[in-house]
Design a protein around this ligand. Structure first.
Ligand code: ADP
Ligand code: NA
Length: 375
């Protein structure tokens, strides 16, 4: 049976917040812990080339890379079990991106929502304004192509994705179709009669068969994963690093006192004792969702509230309960993070071997691709 290859990436945005953790990173750890090493390879990549779409001083990027690496190690991504590395340490990401770009449709890319939303940000009134369009960068436009390259570089079969990333995985599948059509299909379609499925002579060469890409499947988040943790200051917006209010999010490195202060200050409502009503009381529900996501017994929010005696309690007591649970989860992560950050040597040592594994995998697959392409 073919090996299962799981790939996922995260931008080096510094210390991740609770939303990143409950929505994505804790899933990485779960996949790692549940994977059978005899049949499964895991690749987790800090995608620092993607980060260049938002320019910033080199010193800041370097610090954000170190913090993301320390956070991933601290939350339990183990370079002995998972291949953990920086994208920029494996040059084939960029190389494969160019190859895929050459068979990618500009029309398809311009319809992708992330690009469209940036276009709108740049100038809602006149998308035809040449200056507004000129200020948009090619890197941002081609971002999905680099993402597809990330996935296809290691011939990933499975990609854990949140809802917001479905479209990007769909594009990666499109890249597979385009690549296979361009380079892994015999040049003379007359032989064997149409459709490519025909047997007999004139089939794909050995190089074509070995290079042919397999469309990656999506791994949906587990039941315990949080779909969306909302901002503590505006429960109608998701918790995000780009929110200007630091009080809106809990960082994986916040200490117990900070967590308590932020949760105490969380916007709820004046509707009296606690009850679970995601539509009518989003601020309260958001706090309950955090503890439900952390619940070792995986209870749904309403059941958890009843069984923990939170139904009908004062909001202040609910907040204390939530602070305790969040602190319990984050304290060991914070302690490990601090010890990684205070190491007197470069933290990259921790992933030296892992980086070599990623480089070897990339080189091996790139050889297959290039041979089929005639390079
Ligand atoms: P941000 O919104 O802070 O910019 P990213 O877009 O970099 O976060 O997301 C990194 C990962 O974390 C993605 O897999 C995303 O789905 C997940 N994620 C981000 N914010 C949240 C949230 N508030 N709740 C759940 N998951 C989230
Ligand atoms: Na985002």
């Amino acid at each position: 049976t073919p090996r299962k290859v799981i790939f996922s990436g995260i931008q080096p945005t510094g210390v991740p917040h609770l939303g990143n953790y409950l929505g994505a990173l804790r899933e990485w750890k779960r996949l790692q812990d549940e994977a059978d090493p005899a049949t499964t390879d895991l690749f987790f990549c800090i995608v620092d080339l993607h980060a260049l779409t938002i320019p910033r001083p080199g010193k800041e990027l370097k610090a954000a890379r170190d913090e993301m690496l320390a956070a991933l190690l601290a939350l339990g991504i183990d370079p002995g079990k998972s291949t953990l590395y920086f994208q920029s340490d494996v040059k084939e990401h960029a190389e494969l991106m160019w190859i895929l770009a050459c068979t990618s449709s500009v029309g398809y890319l311009s319809r992708m929502t992330q690009w469209k939303s940036k276009l709108q940000l740049a100038d809602t009134a006149s998308l035809t304004d040449p200056e507004a369009r000129a200020s948009l960068k090619l890197g941002l436009f081609s971002y999905p192509v680099l993402q597809a390259a990330d996935i296809l570089l290691h011939r990933a079969t499975h990609v854990p994705v949140g809802d917001d990333q479905r479209q990007h995985l769909e594009f990666a599948r499109e890249c597979v179709t385009n690549f296979n059509h361009a380079y892994c299909t015999p040049a003379d379609p007359a032989k064997g009669g149409g459709g490519g499925g025909g047997g007999g002579g004139g089939g794909p060469s050995r190089a074509m068969r070995e290079a042919a890409m397999v469309p990656p499947e999506m791994i949906l988040p587990s039941r315990g994963a949080a779909k969306r943790i909302m901002s503590l200051t505006a429960p109608d917006k998701k918790m995000s690093k780009s929110d200007p209010a630091p009080r809106s999010r809990i960082l994986l490195t916040d200490d117990a006192a900070t967590i308590r202060r932020k949760i105490r200050g969380a916007v709820t409502d004046g509707l009296g004792p606690a009850s679970y009503d995601p539509v009518g009381r989003p601020g309260v529900a958001n706090l309950v969702h955090m503890v439900a996501a952390l619940d070792p017994r995986g209870r749904d929010p309403a059941t958890l509230m009843k069984e923990e005696g939170l139904e009908g309690c004062q909001l202040a007591d609910l907040k204390e309960f939530v602070s305790d649970k969040v602190s319990e989860e984050l304290t060991p992560i914070r302690e490990r993070f601090e010890s990684y950050m205070s190491m007197p040597w470069d933290i990259k040592i921790e992933i030296e071997k892992s980086t070599e594994v990623a480089q070897k995998s990339a080189a091996r697959n790139m050889r297959l691709y290039k041979e089929a392409m005639g390079l």
